[in-house]
Write a protein that binds this ligand. Sequence first.
Ligand code: ADP
Ligand code: MG
Length: 615
Amino acid sequence: MTTPAKPKISRDVVWREARELIWLHRGRLGLGFGLMLVNRAAGFVLPGSTKYLLDKVLPPRLVHLTSAELALAGHRLGLVAMAVGAAALVQAATSFGLSQILGVAAQRAITDMRRAVQSHLIRLPIRTFDATQTGQLVSRVMNDAEGIRNLIGTGLVQLVGGLVTAAVAMCVLVSLNWRLTAMTMVLLILFAGGMAYAFTKLRPIFRVRGQLNAEVTGRLVESISGIRVVKAYAAERRERLAFAKGANKLFRNVAASMTGISATTALSAVVVGVIGTLLIVVGGHDVLAGRMTVGGLMTYVVFTGMVAAPLIQIAAIGTQITEAFAGLDRIRELRSWVPEDADDANREVAGVIVGHVKFDDVTFSYQPGVPVLRHISFDAPAGSTTALVGSSGSGKSTLVSLVMAFNHPDSGRILIDGRDLEGLRLRNYRSRLGIVLQDNFLFDGTVLENIRFAQPGASDAEVLEAARVAHCDEFALRFELGYQTIVGERGVKLSGGQRQRVAIARAILADPAILILDEATSSLDSESEALIQEGLARLRAGRTTFVIAHRLSTITSADQILVLEAGEIVERGNHEQLLGLDGRYRKLYERQYRQALDRYVNPGEELTGAAHLRP
Ligand code: ADP
Ligand code: MG
Protein backbone atom coordinates (compact mmCIF):
# COMPACT_ATOMS: atom_id res chain seq x y z
CA MET A 1 0.00 0.00 0.00
CA THR A 2 1.48 3.28 -1.02
CA THR A 3 0.63 5.96 1.50
CA PRO A 4 0.25 9.43 0.06
CA ALA A 5 3.53 11.28 -0.07
CA LYS A 6 3.98 13.47 2.99
CA PRO A 7 5.96 16.48 1.96
CA LYS A 8 7.70 18.35 4.76
CA ILE A 9 5.75 21.50 5.43
CA SER A 10 7.98 24.49 5.99
CA ARG A 11 7.04 27.30 8.32
CA ASP A 12 6.95 29.67 5.36
CA VAL A 13 4.20 27.69 3.72
CA VAL A 14 2.04 27.75 6.83
CA TRP A 15 2.73 31.45 7.25
CA ARG A 16 1.71 32.05 3.69
CA GLU A 17 -1.45 30.05 4.26
CA ALA A 18 -2.21 32.10 7.38
CA ARG A 19 -1.53 35.33 5.53
CA GLU A 20 -3.82 34.28 2.68
CA LEU A 21 -6.54 33.45 5.16
CA ILE A 22 -6.14 36.79 6.90
CA TRP A 23 -6.13 38.61 3.57
CA LEU A 24 -9.28 36.80 2.52
CA HIS A 25 -11.07 38.10 5.58
CA ARG A 26 -9.37 41.49 5.54
CA GLY A 27 -12.65 43.43 5.41
CA ARG A 28 -14.04 42.12 8.63
CA LEU A 29 -10.63 41.97 10.26
CA GLY A 30 -10.04 45.63 9.32
CA LEU A 31 -13.40 46.64 10.72
CA GLY A 32 -12.70 44.62 13.86
CA PHE A 33 -9.36 46.34 14.13
CA GLY A 34 -10.95 49.79 13.98
CA LEU A 35 -13.47 48.82 16.62
CA MET A 36 -10.69 47.42 18.73
CA LEU A 37 -8.78 50.76 18.59
CA VAL A 38 -11.89 52.66 19.71
CA ASN A 39 -12.44 50.06 22.40
CA ARG A 40 -8.91 50.38 23.68
CA ALA A 41 -8.98 54.19 23.54
CA ALA A 42 -12.17 54.16 25.60
CA GLY A 43 -10.37 51.86 27.99
CA PHE A 44 -7.88 54.66 28.73
CA VAL A 45 -10.51 57.05 30.06
CA LEU A 46 -10.92 55.59 33.52
CA PRO A 47 -7.20 55.08 34.30
CA GLY A 48 -6.39 58.38 32.56
CA SER A 49 -8.76 60.30 34.79
CA THR A 50 -7.21 58.96 38.00
CA LYS A 51 -4.45 61.58 38.26
CA TYR A 52 -6.82 64.44 37.42
CA LEU A 53 -9.36 63.14 39.90
CA LEU A 54 -6.89 62.74 42.76
CA ASP A 55 -4.70 65.82 42.17
CA LYS A 56 -7.22 68.35 40.82
CA VAL A 57 -10.76 67.38 41.73
CA LEU A 58 -10.46 65.79 45.13
CA PRO A 59 -8.18 67.99 47.29
CA PRO A 60 -6.67 66.27 50.34
CA ARG A 61 -8.38 68.48 52.97
CA LEU A 62 -12.02 69.29 52.29
CA VAL A 63 -12.52 71.50 55.40
CA HIS A 64 -10.62 74.49 53.93
CA LEU A 65 -12.70 74.65 50.76
CA THR A 66 -14.93 77.60 50.05
CA SER A 67 -18.40 76.85 48.81
CA ALA A 68 -17.43 78.07 45.31
CA GLU A 69 -14.46 75.67 45.27
CA LEU A 70 -16.71 72.87 46.45
CA ALA A 71 -19.19 73.62 43.72
CA LEU A 72 -16.38 73.61 41.09
CA ALA A 73 -15.07 70.28 42.43
CA GLY A 74 -18.60 68.88 42.31
CA HIS A 75 -18.97 70.08 38.72
CA ARG A 76 -15.62 68.51 37.72
CA LEU A 77 -16.57 65.30 39.46
CA GLY A 78 -19.73 65.19 37.42
CA LEU A 79 -17.75 65.69 34.20
CA VAL A 80 -15.32 62.91 35.04
CA ALA A 81 -18.16 60.61 35.99
CA MET A 82 -19.89 61.31 32.69
CA ALA A 83 -16.71 60.76 30.70
CA VAL A 84 -16.05 57.48 32.50
CA GLY A 85 -19.65 56.38 32.05
CA ALA A 86 -19.65 57.27 28.36
CA ALA A 87 -16.34 55.47 27.86
CA ALA A 88 -17.77 52.39 29.52
CA LEU A 89 -20.74 52.47 27.15
CA VAL A 90 -18.44 52.85 24.14
CA GLN A 91 -16.36 49.95 25.41
CA ALA A 92 -19.41 47.78 25.86
CA ALA A 93 -20.73 48.60 22.40
CA THR A 94 -17.41 48.10 20.65
CA SER A 95 -16.60 44.84 22.36
CA PHE A 96 -20.06 43.55 21.47
CA GLY A 97 -19.53 44.57 17.84
CA LEU A 98 -16.04 43.16 17.89
CA SER A 99 -17.00 39.70 19.01
CA GLN A 100 -20.02 39.68 16.70
CA ILE A 101 -18.11 40.67 13.60
CA LEU A 102 -15.02 38.62 14.28
CA GLY A 103 -16.93 35.69 15.74
CA VAL A 104 -19.02 35.46 12.60
CA ALA A 105 -15.98 35.95 10.39
CA ALA A 106 -14.23 33.14 12.22
CA GLN A 107 -17.16 30.76 11.84
CA ARG A 108 -17.37 31.59 8.16
CA ALA A 109 -13.64 30.95 7.77
CA ILE A 110 -14.06 27.59 9.50
CA THR A 111 -16.97 26.72 7.23
CA ASP A 112 -15.03 27.75 4.12
CA MET A 113 -12.07 25.72 5.26
CA ARG A 114 -14.16 22.64 6.02
CA ARG A 115 -15.79 22.86 2.63
CA ALA A 116 -12.45 23.22 0.93
CA VAL A 117 -10.97 20.27 2.81
CA GLN A 118 -14.00 18.04 2.23
CA SER A 119 -14.14 18.82 -1.48
CA HIS A 120 -10.46 18.06 -1.75
CA LEU A 121 -10.75 14.91 0.33
CA ILE A 122 -13.52 13.43 -1.77
CA ARG A 123 -11.40 13.85 -4.89
CA LEU A 124 -8.47 11.87 -3.50
CA PRO A 125 -7.77 8.47 -5.02
CA ILE A 126 -9.19 5.28 -3.51
CA ARG A 127 -5.78 4.23 -2.22
CA THR A 128 -5.72 7.20 0.15
CA PHE A 129 -8.98 6.01 1.67
CA ASP A 130 -7.65 2.45 1.83
CA ALA A 131 -4.60 3.69 3.70
CA THR A 132 -6.28 6.08 6.15
CA GLN A 133 -8.86 5.42 8.83
CA THR A 134 -12.22 7.01 8.13
CA GLY A 135 -12.33 8.76 11.50
CA GLN A 136 -8.90 10.29 10.89
CA LEU A 137 -10.18 11.91 7.74
CA VAL A 138 -13.35 13.01 9.52
CA SER A 139 -11.21 14.61 12.21
CA ARG A 140 -9.19 16.49 9.62
CA VAL A 141 -12.29 18.01 8.13
CA MET A 142 -14.07 18.79 11.39
CA ASN A 143 -11.44 19.42 14.10
CA ASP A 144 -8.42 20.76 12.31
CA ALA A 145 -10.39 23.57 10.73
CA GLU A 146 -11.73 24.57 14.12
CA GLY A 147 -8.43 26.17 15.20
CA ILE A 148 -8.73 28.86 12.55
CA ARG A 149 -11.23 30.54 14.82
CA ASN A 150 -8.31 31.79 16.87
CA LEU A 151 -6.59 33.31 13.89
CA ILE A 152 -9.54 35.09 12.33
CA GLY A 153 -11.58 35.46 15.50
CA THR A 154 -10.79 37.74 18.36
CA GLY A 155 -7.39 36.11 18.96
CA LEU A 156 -5.30 38.01 16.44
CA VAL A 157 -7.07 41.33 16.90
CA GLN A 158 -6.82 41.03 20.68
CA LEU A 159 -3.15 40.26 20.39
CA VAL A 160 -2.47 43.34 18.29
CA GLY A 161 -4.83 45.42 20.45
CA GLY A 162 -3.05 44.30 23.60
CA LEU A 163 0.30 45.27 22.14
CA VAL A 164 -0.98 48.70 21.10
CA THR A 165 -2.43 49.31 24.56
CA ALA A 166 0.79 48.17 26.17
CA ALA A 167 2.85 50.50 24.00
CA VAL A 168 0.66 53.55 24.75
CA ALA A 169 0.55 52.74 28.46
CA MET A 170 4.33 52.37 28.39
CA CYS A 171 4.75 55.92 27.07
CA VAL A 172 2.54 57.21 29.88
CA LEU A 173 4.66 55.29 32.40
CA VAL A 174 7.90 56.75 31.08
CA SER A 175 6.48 60.28 31.28
CA LEU A 176 5.28 59.67 34.85
CA ASN A 177 8.42 58.11 36.32
CA TRP A 178 11.16 56.87 34.01
CA ARG A 179 13.28 55.41 36.83
CA LEU A 180 10.51 53.16 38.03
CA THR A 181 9.65 52.30 34.45
CA ALA A 182 13.18 51.16 33.70
CA MET A 183 13.01 48.77 36.66
CA THR A 184 9.59 47.47 35.63
CA MET A 185 10.85 47.01 32.07
CA VAL A 186 13.65 44.72 33.20
CA LEU A 187 11.11 42.53 34.96
CA LEU A 188 8.77 42.50 32.00
CA ILE A 189 11.55 41.56 29.62
CA LEU A 190 12.49 38.66 31.88
CA PHE A 191 8.81 37.69 31.90
CA ALA A 192 8.59 37.83 28.10
CA GLY A 193 11.66 35.61 27.92
CA GLY A 194 9.97 33.09 30.20
CA MET A 195 6.88 33.15 27.99
CA ALA A 196 8.89 32.62 24.83
CA TYR A 197 10.55 29.64 26.43
CA ALA A 198 7.19 28.21 27.50
CA PHE A 199 5.96 28.49 23.92
CA THR A 200 8.80 26.55 22.46
CA LYS A 201 7.78 23.80 24.89
CA LEU A 202 4.07 24.08 24.12
CA ARG A 203 4.18 24.20 20.33
CA PRO A 204 5.14 20.56 19.73
CA ILE A 205 2.46 19.47 22.21
CA PHE A 206 -0.20 21.17 20.11
CA ARG A 207 1.16 19.63 16.96
CA VAL A 208 0.80 16.17 18.39
CA ARG A 209 -2.69 16.87 19.69
CA GLY A 210 -4.34 17.05 16.28
CA GLN A 211 -2.73 13.77 15.31
CA LEU A 212 -3.86 12.10 18.54
CA ASN A 213 -7.35 13.46 18.05
CA ALA A 214 -7.46 11.96 14.59
CA GLU A 215 -6.18 8.59 15.81
CA VAL A 216 -8.66 8.32 18.64
CA THR A 217 -11.55 9.35 16.39
CA GLY A 218 -10.35 6.90 13.76
CA ARG A 219 -10.40 3.98 16.14
CA LEU A 220 -13.73 5.03 17.60
CA VAL A 221 -15.42 5.21 14.20
CA GLU A 222 -14.03 1.79 13.31
CA SER A 223 -15.32 0.12 16.44
CA ILE A 224 -18.73 1.70 15.93
CA SER A 225 -19.05 0.70 12.28
CA GLY A 226 -17.85 -2.77 13.19
CA ILE A 227 -20.15 -3.00 16.20
CA ARG A 228 -21.66 -6.32 15.07
CA VAL A 229 -18.28 -7.99 14.90
CA VAL A 230 -17.24 -6.38 18.17
CA LYS A 231 -20.31 -7.71 19.95
CA ALA A 232 -20.33 -11.09 18.24
CA TYR A 233 -16.81 -11.75 19.46
CA ALA A 234 -17.51 -10.19 22.85
CA ALA A 235 -14.69 -7.77 22.17
CA GLU A 236 -16.28 -4.81 23.94
CA ARG A 237 -13.66 -4.95 26.67
CA ARG A 238 -10.82 -4.89 24.16
CA GLU A 239 -12.37 -2.00 22.29
CA ARG A 240 -12.94 -0.19 25.56
CA LEU A 241 -9.29 -0.61 26.52
CA ALA A 242 -8.07 0.46 23.09
CA PHE A 243 -10.20 3.57 23.25
CA ALA A 244 -9.23 4.28 26.84
CA LYS A 245 -5.59 4.07 25.83
CA GLY A 246 -6.07 6.61 23.06
CA ALA A 247 -8.24 8.87 25.18
CA ASN A 248 -5.63 8.78 27.94
CA LYS A 249 -2.89 9.67 25.53
CA LEU A 250 -4.96 12.63 24.49
CA PHE A 251 -5.54 13.50 28.11
CA ARG A 252 -1.81 13.38 28.87
CA ASN A 253 -1.18 15.65 25.93
CA VAL A 254 -3.78 18.16 27.12
CA ALA A 255 -2.52 17.86 30.70
CA ALA A 256 1.03 18.52 29.56
CA SER A 257 -0.03 21.67 27.76
CA MET A 258 -2.08 22.69 30.78
CA THR A 259 0.99 22.37 32.98
CA GLY A 260 2.78 24.71 30.62
CA ILE A 261 -0.10 27.15 30.61
CA SER A 262 -0.48 27.05 34.40
CA ALA A 263 3.25 27.63 34.77
CA THR A 264 3.04 30.75 32.62
CA THR A 265 0.03 31.93 34.63
CA ALA A 266 1.94 31.40 37.88
CA LEU A 267 4.94 33.19 36.43
CA SER A 268 2.81 36.16 35.52
CA ALA A 269 1.34 36.26 39.04
CA VAL A 270 4.88 36.36 40.45
CA VAL A 271 5.86 39.14 38.07
CA VAL A 272 2.76 41.15 38.96
CA GLY A 273 3.55 40.68 42.67
CA VAL A 274 7.14 41.81 42.29
CA ILE A 275 6.14 44.81 40.22
CA GLY A 276 3.50 45.70 42.84
CA THR A 277 6.06 45.59 45.63
CA LEU A 278 8.43 47.67 43.56
CA LEU A 279 5.73 50.26 42.98
CA ILE A 280 4.91 50.57 46.65
CA VAL A 281 8.51 50.77 47.80
CA VAL A 282 10.06 52.91 45.05
CA GLY A 283 6.90 54.84 44.13
CA GLY A 284 5.98 55.47 47.76
CA HIS A 285 9.45 56.90 48.43
CA ASP A 286 9.19 59.13 45.37
CA VAL A 287 5.86 60.52 46.60
CA LEU A 288 7.30 61.16 50.08
CA ALA A 289 10.32 62.85 48.50
CA GLY A 290 8.01 65.05 46.44
CA ARG A 291 9.13 63.66 43.10
CA MET A 292 5.63 62.37 42.36
CA THR A 293 2.05 63.25 43.31
CA VAL A 294 -0.32 60.74 44.91
CA GLY A 295 -2.44 60.98 41.76
CA GLY A 296 0.70 60.28 39.72
CA LEU A 297 1.44 57.14 41.73
CA MET A 298 -2.13 55.86 41.46
CA THR A 299 -2.11 56.50 37.72
CA TYR A 300 1.19 54.74 37.50
CA VAL A 301 -0.22 51.68 39.25
CA VAL A 302 -3.23 51.53 36.93
CA PHE A 303 -1.12 51.94 33.80
CA THR A 304 1.33 49.30 34.91
CA GLY A 305 -1.67 47.00 35.00
CA MET A 306 -2.44 48.05 31.44
CA VAL A 307 1.03 47.02 30.32
CA ALA A 308 1.07 43.76 32.23
CA ALA A 309 -2.44 42.57 31.36
CA PRO A 310 -1.94 42.31 27.60
CA LEU A 311 1.45 40.68 28.09
CA ILE A 312 -0.21 38.05 30.22
CA GLN A 313 -3.00 37.75 27.69
CA ILE A 314 -0.46 37.12 24.99
CA ALA A 315 0.30 33.85 26.71
CA ALA A 316 -3.27 32.64 26.24
CA ILE A 317 -3.69 34.06 22.77
CA GLY A 318 -0.29 32.79 21.76
CA THR A 319 -1.30 29.24 22.60
CA GLN A 320 -4.50 29.66 20.59
CA ILE A 321 -2.63 30.92 17.58
CA THR A 322 -0.14 28.10 17.93
CA GLU A 323 -3.09 25.69 17.85
CA ALA A 324 -4.46 27.38 14.76
CA PHE A 325 -1.11 26.98 13.05
CA ALA A 326 -0.88 23.32 13.97
CA GLY A 327 -4.35 22.76 12.45
CA LEU A 328 -3.45 24.69 9.31
CA ASP A 329 -0.34 22.60 9.07
CA ARG A 330 -2.26 19.33 9.03
CA ILE A 331 -4.91 20.66 6.66
CA ARG A 332 -2.18 21.91 4.41
CA GLU A 333 -0.68 18.43 4.37
CA LEU A 334 -3.97 16.84 3.34
CA ARG A 335 -4.45 19.44 0.67
CA SER A 336 -1.05 18.68 -0.76
CA TRP A 337 -2.17 15.14 -1.60
CA VAL A 338 -2.91 15.10 -5.28
CA PRO A 339 -6.56 14.46 -6.26
CA GLU A 340 -7.17 11.73 -8.80
CA ASP A 341 -8.76 14.14 -11.26
CA ALA A 342 -6.03 16.75 -10.83
CA ASP A 343 -5.31 16.99 -14.54
CA ASP A 344 -8.81 16.33 -15.79
CA ALA A 345 -8.67 19.69 -17.51
CA ASN A 346 -5.95 18.35 -19.81
CA ARG A 347 -7.83 15.18 -20.52
CA GLU A 348 -10.11 14.26 -23.35
CA VAL A 349 -13.85 14.62 -22.82
CA ALA A 350 -14.98 11.05 -23.26
CA GLY A 351 -18.05 11.94 -25.31
CA VAL A 352 -20.22 8.97 -26.20
CA ILE A 353 -18.78 5.81 -24.67
CA VAL A 354 -19.99 2.62 -26.27
CA GLY A 355 -18.02 0.47 -23.88
CA HIS A 356 -15.35 -1.38 -25.81
CA VAL A 357 -12.82 -2.32 -23.12
CA LYS A 358 -9.38 -3.60 -23.96
CA PHE A 359 -6.54 -4.53 -21.59
CA ASP A 360 -3.14 -4.37 -23.20
CA ASP A 361 -0.42 -6.12 -21.15
CA VAL A 362 -1.56 -4.63 -17.86
CA THR A 363 0.47 -5.19 -14.70
CA PHE A 364 -0.62 -3.80 -11.37
CA SER A 365 0.58 -3.96 -7.77
CA TYR A 366 -0.73 -2.46 -4.54
CA GLN A 367 2.70 -2.68 -2.95
CA PRO A 368 5.75 -2.00 -5.07
CA GLY A 369 7.33 -5.26 -6.17
CA VAL A 370 4.32 -7.46 -5.38
CA PRO A 371 2.28 -7.57 -8.59
CA VAL A 372 -1.33 -8.63 -8.06
CA LEU A 373 -2.11 -8.64 -11.81
CA ARG A 374 0.49 -9.73 -14.35
CA HIS A 375 0.50 -9.14 -18.10
CA ILE A 376 -3.26 -9.10 -18.44
CA SER A 377 -4.46 -8.74 -22.02
CA PHE A 378 -8.00 -9.26 -23.28
CA ASP A 379 -10.60 -7.64 -25.44
CA ALA A 380 -14.18 -7.04 -24.33
CA PRO A 381 -16.20 -5.69 -27.29
CA ALA A 382 -19.04 -3.29 -26.59
CA GLY A 383 -22.09 -5.10 -25.29
CA SER A 384 -20.27 -8.34 -24.52
CA THR A 385 -20.15 -10.16 -21.21
CA THR A 386 -16.80 -11.14 -19.71
CA ALA A 387 -16.84 -13.49 -16.75
CA LEU A 388 -13.93 -13.62 -14.33
CA VAL A 389 -13.36 -16.90 -12.57
CA GLY A 390 -10.68 -17.91 -10.13
CA SER A 391 -10.02 -18.71 -6.53
CA SER A 392 -10.39 -16.06 -3.91
CA GLY A 393 -7.44 -13.66 -3.92
CA SER A 394 -6.59 -14.36 -7.55
CA GLY A 395 -7.14 -10.71 -8.48
CA LYS A 396 -10.69 -10.59 -9.90
CA SER A 397 -11.85 -7.57 -7.87
CA THR A 398 -8.56 -5.84 -8.52
CA LEU A 399 -9.06 -6.28 -12.26
CA VAL A 400 -12.47 -4.62 -12.18
CA SER A 401 -11.13 -1.85 -9.92
CA LEU A 402 -8.81 -1.00 -12.81
CA VAL A 403 -11.79 -0.88 -15.18
CA MET A 404 -13.42 1.59 -12.78
CA ALA A 405 -10.19 3.62 -12.70
CA PHE A 406 -10.05 3.21 -8.92
CA ASN A 407 -6.54 1.90 -9.44
CA HIS A 408 -4.14 2.49 -12.29
CA PRO A 409 -1.83 0.09 -14.14
CA ASP A 410 1.86 0.11 -13.29
CA SER A 411 2.52 -0.78 -16.89
CA GLY A 412 0.41 -1.57 -19.94
CA ARG A 413 -2.72 0.25 -21.04
CA ILE A 414 -6.46 0.04 -20.65
CA LEU A 415 -8.28 1.20 -23.77
CA ILE A 416 -11.87 2.40 -23.73
CA ASP A 417 -13.29 2.60 -27.23
CA GLY A 418 -9.70 2.63 -28.42
CA ARG A 419 -8.64 5.56 -26.19
CA ASP A 420 -6.29 5.26 -23.23
CA LEU A 421 -8.30 5.36 -20.01
CA GLU A 422 -5.57 7.47 -18.38
CA GLY A 423 -6.27 10.17 -20.94
CA LEU A 424 -10.04 10.33 -20.37
CA ARG A 425 -11.79 12.69 -17.99
CA LEU A 426 -12.56 10.70 -14.90
CA ARG A 427 -15.94 12.17 -14.02
CA ASN A 428 -16.98 11.85 -17.57
CA TYR A 429 -15.92 8.25 -17.87
CA ARG A 430 -17.26 7.14 -14.51
CA SER A 431 -20.67 8.55 -15.25
CA ARG A 432 -20.92 5.74 -17.80
CA LEU A 433 -20.24 3.01 -15.22
CA GLY A 434 -22.66 0.93 -13.22
CA ILE A 435 -21.76 -1.32 -10.34
CA VAL A 436 -23.42 -4.01 -8.25
CA LEU A 437 -21.35 -5.60 -5.51
CA GLN A 438 -21.71 -8.46 -3.10
CA ASP A 439 -22.29 -6.04 -0.24
CA ASN A 440 -23.80 -2.91 -1.66
CA PHE A 441 -23.50 0.35 0.14
CA LEU A 442 -26.79 2.11 0.72
CA PHE A 443 -27.03 5.55 2.25
CA ASP A 444 -29.26 6.35 5.17
CA GLY A 445 -32.36 7.55 3.36
CA THR A 446 -35.41 6.11 1.67
CA VAL A 447 -35.38 3.23 -0.81
CA LEU A 448 -36.39 5.70 -3.48
CA GLU A 449 -33.55 8.10 -2.67
CA ASN A 450 -31.05 5.27 -2.76
CA ILE A 451 -32.14 4.26 -6.25
CA ARG A 452 -32.22 7.86 -7.41
CA PHE A 453 -28.62 8.26 -6.23
CA ALA A 454 -27.48 7.15 -9.69
CA GLN A 455 -29.44 9.89 -11.48
CA PRO A 456 -30.43 12.74 -9.17
CA GLY A 457 -32.44 14.29 -11.98
CA ALA A 458 -34.57 11.22 -12.68
CA SER A 459 -38.34 11.54 -12.32
CA ASP A 460 -40.29 9.43 -9.84
CA ALA A 461 -41.76 7.45 -12.73
CA GLU A 462 -38.28 6.59 -14.05
CA VAL A 463 -37.06 5.58 -10.60
CA LEU A 464 -40.12 3.41 -9.97
CA GLU A 465 -39.76 1.77 -13.38
CA ALA A 466 -36.13 0.89 -12.62
CA ALA A 467 -37.23 -0.43 -9.24
CA ARG A 468 -39.92 -2.58 -10.85
CA VAL A 469 -37.53 -4.07 -13.39
CA ALA A 470 -35.11 -4.89 -10.56
CA HIS A 471 -37.93 -6.64 -8.66
CA CYS A 472 -37.90 -4.16 -5.79
CA ASP A 473 -41.71 -4.00 -5.85
CA GLU A 474 -41.84 -7.47 -4.30
CA PHE A 475 -40.46 -6.22 -1.00
CA ALA A 476 -40.82 -2.45 -1.04
CA LEU A 477 -44.57 -2.46 -1.54
CA ARG A 478 -44.97 -4.72 1.46
CA PHE A 479 -43.49 -2.01 3.70
CA GLU A 480 -45.96 0.33 5.30
CA LEU A 481 -44.22 3.33 3.78
CA GLY A 482 -43.39 1.57 0.51
CA TYR A 483 -40.51 3.21 -1.36
CA GLN A 484 -40.38 5.94 1.28
CA THR A 485 -39.11 3.45 3.87
CA ILE A 486 -35.86 4.57 5.50
CA VAL A 487 -33.18 1.93 4.98
CA GLY A 488 -30.92 2.87 7.92
CA GLU A 489 -27.19 3.44 7.88
CA ARG A 490 -25.56 1.29 5.16
CA GLY A 491 -29.02 -0.11 4.52
CA VAL A 492 -29.08 -2.24 7.70
CA LYS A 493 -32.87 -2.43 7.71
CA LEU A 494 -32.92 -4.38 4.43
CA SER A 495 -31.85 -7.96 3.86
CA GLY A 496 -28.84 -8.74 1.68
CA GLY A 497 -31.08 -9.72 -1.24
CA GLN A 498 -33.18 -6.58 -0.87
CA ARG A 499 -30.13 -4.36 -0.82
CA GLN A 500 -28.94 -6.20 -3.90
CA ARG A 501 -32.12 -5.40 -5.78
CA VAL A 502 -31.91 -1.74 -4.79
CA ALA A 503 -28.36 -1.72 -6.15
CA ILE A 504 -29.55 -3.31 -9.39
CA ALA A 505 -32.33 -0.73 -9.72
CA ARG A 506 -29.72 1.96 -9.13
CA ALA A 507 -27.57 0.54 -11.91
CA ILE A 508 -30.57 0.23 -14.26
CA LEU A 509 -31.40 3.87 -13.66
CA ALA A 510 -27.79 4.89 -14.30
CA ASP A 511 -28.06 3.28 -17.73
CA PRO A 512 -24.31 2.59 -17.88
CA ALA A 513 -22.29 1.56 -20.91
CA ILE A 514 -20.03 -0.58 -18.74
CA LEU A 515 -21.45 -2.69 -15.96
CA ILE A 516 -19.58 -4.38 -13.16
CA LEU A 517 -21.09 -7.20 -11.12
CA ASP A 518 -18.71 -8.31 -8.42
CA GLU A 519 -20.09 -11.44 -6.77
CA ALA A 520 -23.49 -9.82 -7.02
CA THR A 521 -25.32 -13.08 -6.40
CA SER A 522 -23.02 -15.00 -4.12
CA SER A 523 -24.73 -14.35 -0.79
CA LEU A 524 -28.33 -14.94 -1.75
CA ASP A 525 -30.95 -17.55 -1.06
CA SER A 526 -32.32 -19.27 -4.16
CA GLU A 527 -35.59 -17.39 -4.22
CA SER A 528 -34.08 -13.94 -4.27
CA GLU A 529 -31.41 -15.26 -6.58
CA ALA A 530 -34.01 -16.16 -9.19
CA LEU A 531 -35.47 -12.66 -8.99
CA ILE A 532 -32.06 -11.05 -9.04
CA GLN A 533 -30.84 -13.12 -11.95
CA GLU A 534 -33.87 -11.95 -13.84
CA GLY A 535 -33.16 -8.32 -12.90
CA LEU A 536 -29.51 -8.71 -13.79
CA ALA A 537 -30.36 -10.21 -17.17
CA ARG A 538 -32.49 -7.13 -17.96
CA LEU A 539 -29.71 -4.90 -16.71
CA ARG A 540 -26.97 -6.58 -18.71
CA ALA A 541 -28.71 -6.41 -22.05
CA GLY A 542 -26.65 -4.34 -24.46
CA ARG A 543 -23.96 -3.33 -21.97
CA THR A 544 -20.34 -4.32 -21.68
CA THR A 545 -20.49 -6.43 -18.56
CA PHE A 546 -17.80 -7.75 -16.26
CA VAL A 547 -19.17 -10.39 -14.01
CA ILE A 548 -17.43 -12.08 -11.12
CA ALA A 549 -19.60 -14.93 -10.00
CA HIS A 550 -19.43 -18.20 -8.24
CA ARG A 551 -22.64 -19.40 -9.83
CA LEU A 552 -21.94 -21.15 -13.06
CA SER A 553 -25.37 -20.22 -14.40
CA THR A 554 -24.17 -16.64 -14.83
CA ILE A 555 -20.89 -17.72 -16.29
CA THR A 556 -21.95 -20.28 -18.88
CA SER A 557 -23.73 -17.67 -20.97
CA ALA A 558 -20.77 -15.23 -20.97
CA ASP A 559 -19.14 -14.35 -24.30
CA GLN A 560 -15.74 -14.99 -22.81
CA ILE A 561 -14.52 -16.43 -19.56
CA LEU A 562 -11.14 -15.48 -18.11
CA VAL A 563 -9.74 -17.89 -15.56
CA LEU A 564 -7.42 -16.02 -13.21
CA GLU A 565 -4.79 -17.67 -11.10
CA ALA A 566 -2.42 -15.64 -8.91
CA GLY A 567 -2.89 -12.56 -11.04
CA GLU A 568 -2.49 -14.22 -14.41
CA ILE A 569 -4.99 -15.38 -17.01
CA VAL A 570 -4.40 -19.12 -17.18
CA GLU A 571 -7.31 -20.06 -19.44
CA ARG A 572 -9.71 -18.16 -21.66
CA GLY A 573 -12.60 -18.89 -23.99
CA ASN A 574 -16.32 -19.52 -23.78
CA HIS A 575 -17.89 -22.24 -21.65
CA GLU A 576 -17.72 -25.02 -24.27
CA GLN A 577 -14.17 -24.17 -25.30
CA LEU A 578 -13.00 -24.15 -21.70
CA LEU A 579 -14.69 -27.43 -20.90
CA GLY A 580 -12.94 -28.87 -23.96
CA LEU A 581 -9.57 -27.70 -22.64
CA ASP A 582 -10.00 -30.12 -19.78
CA GLY A 583 -8.04 -27.87 -17.45
CA ARG A 584 -8.58 -25.58 -14.50
CA TYR A 585 -12.05 -24.46 -15.59
CA ARG A 586 -13.29 -27.96 -16.14
CA LYS A 587 -12.21 -28.92 -12.62
CA LEU A 588 -14.08 -25.95 -11.20
CA TYR A 589 -17.09 -26.77 -13.28
CA GLU A 590 -17.22 -30.41 -12.35
CA ARG A 591 -16.86 -29.65 -8.69
CA GLN A 592 -19.74 -27.28 -8.83
CA TYR A 593 -21.80 -29.54 -11.03
CA ARG A 594 -21.36 -32.28 -8.49
CA GLN A 595 -22.38 -29.94 -5.70
CA ALA A 596 -25.39 -28.84 -7.69
CA LEU A 597 -26.35 -32.48 -8.06
CA ASP A 598 -25.89 -32.95 -4.31
CA ARG A 599 -28.16 -30.04 -3.77
CA TYR A 600 -30.73 -31.64 -6.01
CA VAL A 601 -30.50 -34.76 -3.92
CA ASN A 602 -30.39 -32.87 -0.59
CA PRO A 603 -32.43 -29.73 -1.29
CA GLY A 604 -31.64 -28.29 2.14
CA GLU A 605 -28.01 -27.72 1.30
CA GLU A 606 -27.14 -24.28 0.04
CA LEU A 607 -24.44 -23.37 -2.38
CA THR A 608 -22.82 -20.25 -1.12
CA GLY A 609 -19.47 -18.66 -0.51
CA ALA A 610 -16.25 -19.12 -2.34
CA ALA A 611 -15.32 -22.52 -0.98
CA HIS A 612 -16.64 -24.49 -3.92
CA LEU A 613 -14.35 -22.66 -6.31
CA ARG A 614 -11.13 -23.31 -4.43
CA PRO A 615 -8.83 -25.88 -5.96
P1 ADP B 1 -10.39 -11.63 -5.63
O1 ADP B 1 -11.39 -10.58 -5.92
O2 ADP B 1 -10.03 -12.45 -6.82
O3 ADP B 1 -10.78 -12.48 -4.49
P2 ADP B 1 -8.69 -9.40 -5.01
O4 ADP B 1 -8.53 -8.72 -6.32
O5 ADP B 1 -9.62 -8.79 -4.05
O6 ADP B 1 -9.02 -10.93 -5.23
O7 ADP B 1 -7.27 -9.47 -4.32
C1 ADP B 1 -6.12 -9.88 -5.01
C2 ADP B 1 -4.91 -9.71 -4.11
O8 ADP B 1 -4.69 -8.35 -3.86
C3 ADP B 1 -5.09 -10.38 -2.76
O9 ADP B 1 -3.88 -11.02 -2.47
C4 ADP B 1 -5.34 -9.25 -1.81
O10 ADP B 1 -4.74 -9.53 -0.58
C5 ADP B 1 -4.64 -8.09 -2.47
N1 ADP B 1 -5.36 -6.83 -2.23
C6 ADP B 1 -6.65 -6.57 -2.54
N2 ADP B 1 -6.99 -5.30 -2.22
C7 ADP B 1 -5.88 -4.73 -1.69
C8 ADP B 1 -5.58 -3.43 -1.18
N3 ADP B 1 -6.48 -2.44 -1.16
N4 ADP B 1 -4.34 -3.23 -0.72
C9 ADP B 1 -3.41 -4.20 -0.76
N5 ADP B 1 -3.62 -5.42 -1.23
C10 ADP B 1 -4.84 -5.71 -1.70
MG1 MG C 1 -13.19 -10.09 -4.87
